[in-house]
Unconditional design. Structure first.
Length: 283
């Protein structure tokens, strides 16, 4: 499989710094805010390039980490020191991590929420990534993914970052989550306005987005998927062991040889030295 085309952090930063990019970032942050509300007292991991959302929602940096793919490049966050009086600018706290592959450097069940923006469409190993998300979230944890919609106009236009990488259908993204042990709670559409930075689009973008709920997801530019851990999920190893037990139970009821042709189990391997009776007995 050919690796999806990557956008580095500088390209994404340049896009969201434009008026058109700022409008898109504001829309994305609004979707997350409506689904999750306040992120206060939440241990959050944001993976990919989530800064358009984080800059608006402003989660407590002490409880938030940003995971940047290694190939995307490094970005400092937050831009301002957490404690200005205690942290000189050159020694300010940085909450970003460089991720290699799909591994996440967190303990099992240590996070409340994980946000993915500009990550899934560029991932080379989605099953490994979603398996790690399942591991680091606690039992009531949630994952929120924003991915390009394969059927929408935005995935066909290179005027925005959503025209790069691998787009998804609702069935594809649900299948990836289900395979990792998640159950989808909500699947919404977003970016219902055309992917053009014209004045007309910018003037009416919010209105089109508000009416988007009445339209089919076929015209949505992105899919916003909210998922939780499934209530009943067993590791694959346990499932295989249960299958073997069932097979052994069935085989235990089936005789391996017809009755009378096989010696008793206690005499297997024993050589019978008793002479055959032929009418005369030996002394």
């Amino acid at each position: 499989m050919q690796s999806p085309m990557w956008l580095d952090a500088r390209s994404l930063e340049a896009f969201y710094a434009t008026p058109w990019g700022a409008l898109v970032g504001s829309s994305l942050a609004g979707y997350v805010e409506r689904l999750w509300g306040s992120l206060e007292h939440q241990h959050l991991l944001a993976v990919g390039y989530p800064f358009p959302v984080l800059d608006r929602l402003a989660p407590a940096p002490e409880q938030c980490f940003v995971g940047l793919p290694q190939r995307m490049g490094a970005v400092d966050w937050p831009q301002e020191p957490l404690h200005p009086a205690l942290e000189p600018r050159r020694h300010r706290c940085n909450r970003t991590l460089m991720l290699k592959g799909g591994a996440l450097p967190f303990r099992d069940g240590s996070l409340d929420k994980v946000l993915l923006l500009h990550q899934m469409e560029f991932s080379n190993d989605i099953p490994a990534l979603t398996s790690e998300l399942y591991r680091v979230l606690h039992d009531q944890g949630e994952v929120l993914m924003i991915v390009p919609n394969r059927a929408g106009l935005w995935s066909r236009s290179e005027r925005s970052p959503f025209g790069y990488g691998q787009p998804f259908t609702p069935g594809q993204i649900n299948g990836q989550l289900k395979g990792a042990g998640f159950e989808t709670c909500m699947l919404h559409g977003g970016l219902y306005y055309p992917p053009r930075a014209s004045r007309l689009v910018r003037r009416h973008a919010k209105r089109w987005d508000q009416l988007g709920g009445w339209w089919a997801k076929l015209v949505a530019g992105v899919l916003i998927v909210q998922a939780r851990k499934a209530k009943a999920r067993r590791p694959r190893k346990v499932e295989h062991q249960d299958a073997l037990r069932r097979i052994r139970g069935l085989l235990a009821d089936v005789p391996l040889r017809p009755e009378g042709l096989s010696p008793e189990p206690s005499t297997l391997g024993h050589i019978d030295k008793t002479p055959h009776q032929s009418g005369q007995s030996k002394d």
